[in-house]
Ligand binder design. Structure first.
Ligand code: PMV
Length: 331
């Protein structure tokens, strides 16, 4: 009873920030994202009657796997429990999980992690769910945005109630040759997890205004994806990311995920745009900057970034397929 799945992280063009229900993980607003080809998590789950307890091992940075504990472990066990409940079994599991990118610094490692865990878990127990139900189960994991890593390519997570809030593909991964160049300034773990951050959203005086704006942004981003209009998409996603961070910064207590390098990079990108490079910026709950462009601008941007100080590394992503089961196990 062993299975392995790979799932991509995703970058939100329209962000999910704040929930209407913490237990069911229902978002306050719909969101749209793109799956990332170079930021993936591979997870193997084995259920075995001989196991006395659940054990979870993750490779945080190097090759070595270390056993996770505390709140992270609790979230994984809760998701294993949801999977076991579907099959009405109580068999313990061993889980190995490997990231292709730094975890826990606003790079959606929890999204790819919980998507891979959920798909590997149901496959190991031979549970068959359609994509909608799999995304709903993944949504409940605690990292809501993980549900967007299940379908292919460009994905919308619909807000709604427990039965209707799910993720679906708007366009396949090969619809548009967009790129997300992640500029990594800091690969240390972020100070406030997004799980805690969502709870603070409602304390910001700007949150209500943001929630009024999001449906308009969703409409514009959907339209820009349909017509492959980079200028329209870029303007919408930049304003959208700044809106989410304005809410974060004005929460009580305030959340400031940016570093000095984040601001420097945004300003540099705006200057490069004036010089004719068409690229736009978005930022999740971390200090790293995601540059969204078409493939034809990649070399120009990589050249500029190679001369930008403080960059630890860059990760070049294309749109990717969603979570899938693979044959090769991690143990
Ligand atoms: O899915 P969570 O609970 O890890 O929250 C994700 C929040 C953001 O990354 C900031 C936005 C998003 O929609 O991905």
């Amino acid at each position: 009873m062993k299975a392995t799945a790979i799932a991509p992280a995703n970058i939100a063009f329209v962000k999910y920030w704040g929930r209407t229900d913490d237990t069911l993980v229902l978002p306050s607003n719909a969101s749209i994202s793109m799956n990332l080809s170079a930021c993936t998590t591979t997870t193997t789950v084995e259920f075995n009657e001989a196991f006395k307890e659940d054990e979870v091992f993750i490779n945080f940075d190097a090759q070595d796997f270390s056993r996770i504990q505390g709140i992270k472990m609790q979230k994984v066990v809760e998701q294993l429990d949801r999977i076991r409940a579907l099959k009405k079994v109580q068999i313990k599991a061993k889980v190995y999980s490997k990231n292709s990118f730094p975890a826990g610094n606003g790079m959606a490692s929890s999204a790819s992690g919980f998507a891979a865990l959920t798909l590997a878990g149901i496959s190991a127990l031979d549970i068959h769910l359609d994509e909608k139900d799999l995304s709903i189960l993944t949504r409940k994991s605690g990292s809501g945005s993980a549900c967007r890593s299940i379908p292919d390519g460009f994905v919308e997570w619909i807000d709604g109630d427990d039965a209707t809030s799910y993720a679906r593909s708007l366009y396949d991964h090969d619809w548009w040759d967009l790129m997300d160049i992640v500029v990594v300034f800091d690969s240390s773990t972020k100070q406030v997890s997004s799980i805690d951050g969502h709870k603070l959203a409602w304390s910001s005086p700007l949150y209500k205004a943001r929630l009024e704006q999001v449906p308009i942004t969703i409409h514009n981003v959907r339209d820009a994806l349909r017509t492959k209009d980079l200028t329209k998409l870029g303007k919408a996603i930049e304003a959208e990311a700044l809106s989410m961070h304005a809410v974060m910064m004005t929460s009580n207590p305030p959340l400031l995920y940016w570093s000095a390098k984040t601001i420097e990079c945004i300003k540099a990108l705006w200057q490069w745009r004036k010089e004719g490079i068409e690229a736009y910026v978005t930022i999740d709950a971390g200090s790293n900057v995601h540059i969204i462009c078409e493939e034809k601008e990649k070399d120009n941007l990589m050249d500029k970034l190679s001369r930008f100080s403080g960059v630890i590394k860059t990760i070049v992503n294309k749109p990717a397929i969603g979570a899938r089961v693979v044959e090769k196990h991690l143990f």
